[in-house]
Design a protein around this ligand. Structure first.
Ligand SMILES: NC(=O)c1ccc[n+]([C@@H]2O[C@H](COP(=O)([O-])OP(=O)(O)OC[C@H]3O[C@@H](n4cnc5c(N)ncnc54)[C@H](O)[C@@H]3O)[C@@H](O)[C@H]2O)c1
Length: 336
């Protein structure tokens, strides 16, 4: 196959950034068609990019001229289009979360096992970020002793007006839930979510900031601050306290500016700036692996595990208790 012919379903904000990165920056694949659950919107985006538009996303997924599928719709549609891609035997990249609920993720896992081949990659791009990759390499090297505690933060300048109390976990900190499980190489045992004193920057009834506390099966304790109306910057922190060292991930800036008696670094305002290189690496890896006939990234099983932990954290938030994280046993299919 000279070029992977990609059909993208979900032509909203991130879908369009993926069309542009694949067609203008990356190699080995082209988005040749697109569609959206809102049919007319998908057709208008197809026209904008000069690619084929399908009114019905399922027709695009089944089209023999499409080799692989990207699903970048709003979360509730992921299951339908990922299942259709598996049924068509096509590799599918699905933006996170794989599906909003763990039981929907489980249906995808079961469909993939029935198909007898891994086809699904979930869009957890932080695994491709140089900072997280170097933290993982440092932990895995064993040079610094075991990881004991992690202190993390996920801060946004502001969020859309329809943001509610559940979204700190389910929209923001799901990224930490995935990347820290991958970084430490183990599953979670418990989840807890506590509120800070609320900021006046957001709506009155919004609990912001929130702190999620996770423990892993071996006892590593993780705290993650989510502060989505900090008014300043998109700020991601990860500090790992090991028994022989402290590992820290600084902001990845190439320059600092000396002016006005201050040395300063530019701030990021959103994930697309902060993780630009990670998105490119993630999608390039997906294109290369799909052409070579395998999945080389977060699997459907990882997507399921993430939603199990997110559901436990959401329950912990609602009940203000510590909730166990209880996964089904990993099938042999995903152990290879
Ligand atoms: N990996 C990441 O960091 C990351 C970042 C952002 C979003 N996402 C995920 O990507 C998926 C899509 O998110 P998004 O931010 O692109 O959502 P979005 O709100 O921009 O688009 C989602 C859907 O809304 C509808 N829509 C949007 N604009 C429209 C318009 N002008 N006219 C008619 N309909 C319109 C479309 O059906 C579209 O597919 C979600 O699952 C989200 O969680 C992941």
């Amino acid at each position: 196959m000279s070029e992977l012919r990609i059909g993208l379903v979900g032509t909203g904000g991130i879908g369009r950034t993926h069309i542009e990165r694949i067609n203008n920056t990356l190699q080995g694949g082209k988005v040749v068609a697109c569609a959206d659950p809102v049919g007319a919107f998908g057709l208008s985006v197809a026209e904008k990019y000069g690619i084929k538009g399908f009114e019905n996303p399922i027709d695009m997924i089944n089209d023999p001229e499409i080799d692989a599928v990207m699903c970048t719709t709003a979360d509730p549609y992921h299951e339908e289009y990922v299942l259709a891609s598996i049924a068509a035997g096509k590799y599918v990249f699905c933006e996170k979360p794989l599906a909003p609920k763990a039981d929907a993720c489980k249906r995808i896992v079961e469909a993939e096992m029935k198909a007898g081949k891994k086809l699904v990659q979930v869009g957890f791009m932080r695994r491709y970020d140089e900072g997280y990759k170097q933290l993982k390499a440092a932990v895995d090297s064993g040079k610094y002793g075991e990881a004991l505690l992690l202190h993390c933060a996920h801060r946004n300048p502001s969020v859309p007006a329809d943001w509610d109390n559940s979204m700190a976990v389910e929209n923001s900190m799901v990224h930490e839930i995935d990347v820290l499980r991958w970084l430490l190489g183990e599953d979670y045992a418990t989840a807890e979510v506590r509120y800070g004193k609320s900021t006046n920057n957001g709506p009155k009834d919004l609990h912001d900031p929130q702190i999620m506390i996770l423990t892993t099966k071996s006892g590593v304790r993780i705290d993650v601050e989510s502060f989505v109306n900090n008014k300043n910057d998109y700020d991601i922190k990860c500090e790992i306290v090991c028994d022989g060292a402290v590992l820290n991930m600084p902001k990845p800036n190439y320059i600092s500016v000396n002016a006005n008696a201050t040395t300063g670094q530019a701030m990021y305002t959103d994930c697309f700036q902060r993780f630009a290189d990670a998105y490119n690496a993630e999608i390039q890896t997906w294109i290369n692996a799909s052409k070579a006939g395998y999945v080389d990234g977060p699997t459907a099983w990882d997507g399921y595990c993430c939603q199990v932990a997110a559901a436990a954290a959401s329950k912990a938030r609602e009940t203000q208790t510590i909730v166990p994280v209880e996964y089904d046993e990993m099938p042999d299919f995903y152990k290879k």
